[in-house]
Design a binder for this molecule. Structure first.
Ligand SMILES: Cc1cc2nc3c(=O)[nH]c(=O)nc-3n(C[C@H](O)[C@H](O)[C@H](O)COP(=O)(O)OP(=O)(O)OC[C@H]3O[C@@H](n4cnc5c(N)ncnc54)[C@H](O)[C@@H]3O)c2cc1C
Length: 364
């Protein structure tokens, strides 16, 4: 089966990898660079967010993706020759105020119940783990096994591995339209010519809503800006998550501080105000960062959705057009499960129960 995919972010590239591996003949169309948008701008944390603590479909999706990660990352790194800098730094979710101590202790117990080891640490034990943390931090839920990646490199690894398996990467020209009429699309037109296809997957991040609208889909995928700082600092060894942001120790002596969440349209610029807020947050958690060198600052546009949850499934009214977007703050974490399940949906027509809550038909 010939499949055209719009979008060379981590979602499009993961789908390309799984589809090509399962026997499809993939053409991936990226108007800019592979990983050139949110997927290259992210922190790369592979950590289910607070929203995933409560049992439910989102938690199930996050945990299923985490289960896939070790095998998938090993495979795409080996096949692509790209090291995605996966680091098992662990994470400390911090109680900065007394009201957070009890909920985080309870969170540590609940996480235990799900089989992901998490302990409550405070006092000397916490200072031993992270001596540079501010004295005002009262304690933390500590998950020693949590990991993060270099998301831009992982996106490239997915793309290169798919290419090595035979996928065609068409970079530098946008998908501009759809071929055919009625429920069956026959392919897509691009800035570099037509691409005939038996199925089309729209994975164009926050630009997906506009592409879907041309086929009559009515859901929005609003961009949610996130700003970030890279310090040159080895002040901490663990990722830390505070009330107003997070810090992540990365490879090659960098430490990321992020991130704002702003609904400001397609304006992908870091602002003086946003960066000042992140610097305050970072120095509040780790005072030594007040004097650390800022290596760079940037912003990316996360793909949102009307209800904040991913949008994954077949487009209503179309037999062979699929959508995979709306991953908001969790697209790096959710890339493997999205790639696998969209591949099964396109090739086998099988919609996994994990996707039941996330179909585009929920928007009418
Ligand atoms: C600051 C920040 C921190 C983040 N931290 C994390 C984190 O720690 N963990 C986590 O899991 N997630 C994180 N995220 C979220 C994550 O980055 C996103 O959910 C994910 O990258 C979305 O991937 P995507 O492929 O859907 O979108 P994108 O990366 O936006 O890719 C979409 C691609 O489609 C292309 N495109 C658009 N229109 C067309 C067209 N017409 N034709 C061809 N190509 C087109 C674009 O050029 C783009 O490359 C973070 C995001 C930001 C901004």
């Amino acid at each position: 089966m010939r499949v055209a995919i719009a979008g060379g972010g981590i979602i499009g590239c993961a789908i390309a990898y799984f589809l090509q591996s399962a026997g499809a003949s993939v053409t991936l169309i990226e108007r800019g660079e592979i990983g050139g948008e949110a997927s290259g701008a992210a922190a790369g944390l592979l950590i289910p967010p607070a929203a995933a603590v409560a049992p439910g479909p989102f938690r199930d999706l996050c945990l299923a993706s985490l289960d896939l990660y070790p095998g998938v990352i090993a495979a795409v790194q080996a096949e692509s020759g790209i090291d995605a800098e996966c680091l098992a730094s662990g994470i400390l979710v911090l109680a900065e105020s007394p009201e957070l101590v009890q909920p985080l202790r309870a969170h540590a117990r609940r996480q235990d119940a799900s089989g992901r080891p998490t302990d409550w640490v405070d006092g000397a034990a916490l200072r031993l783990l992270e001596p540079a943390l501010s004295r005002r931090v009262l304690g933390a839920a500590y998950s020693p096994d949590e990991k993060h990646v270099n998301p831009g490199l992982l996106t490239q690894a997915f793309a290169r591995a798919a290419q090595r398996r035979g996928a065609e990467l068409r970079v530098g020209g946008a998908l501009t339209g759809f071929l055919g009429r009625g429920p069956q699309v026959r392919g897509v037109s691009t800035a570099n010519g037509d691409v005939p296809a038996d199925a089309v997957v729209l994975a164009a991040g926050p630009w997906t809503g506009a592409l879907g609208a041309r086929l009559g889909a009515g859901f929005r995928t609003p961009p949610m800006r996130g700003q970030m700082i890279a310090y040159r600092s080895a002040a901490i060894r663990h990722a830390v998550w505070g009330e107003d942001g997070y810090l992540v120790p990365k490879a090659r002596g960098f430490l990321f501080a992020g991130a704002t969440v702003e609904d400001v349209g397609f304006r992908k610029t870091a602002t003086a105000r946003g960066i000042a807020g992140l610097r305050r947050m970072a120095a509040g958690l780790v005072p030594a960062l007040r004097h650390a060198e800022v290596a760079s600052t940037w912003a990316g546009l996360r793909p949102g959705s009307p209800d904040g949850w991913p949008v994954i499934g077949r487009l209503p009214g179309r037999d062979n057009v699929y959508v995979a977007t709306g991953h908001f703050r969790n697209g790096i974490l959710l890339a493997p499960i999205t790639g696998k399940l969209v591949s099964e949906l396109v090739l086998e027509g099988r919609s996994d129960p994990l996707l039941a809550a996330f179909g585009p038909e929920r928007f009418g």
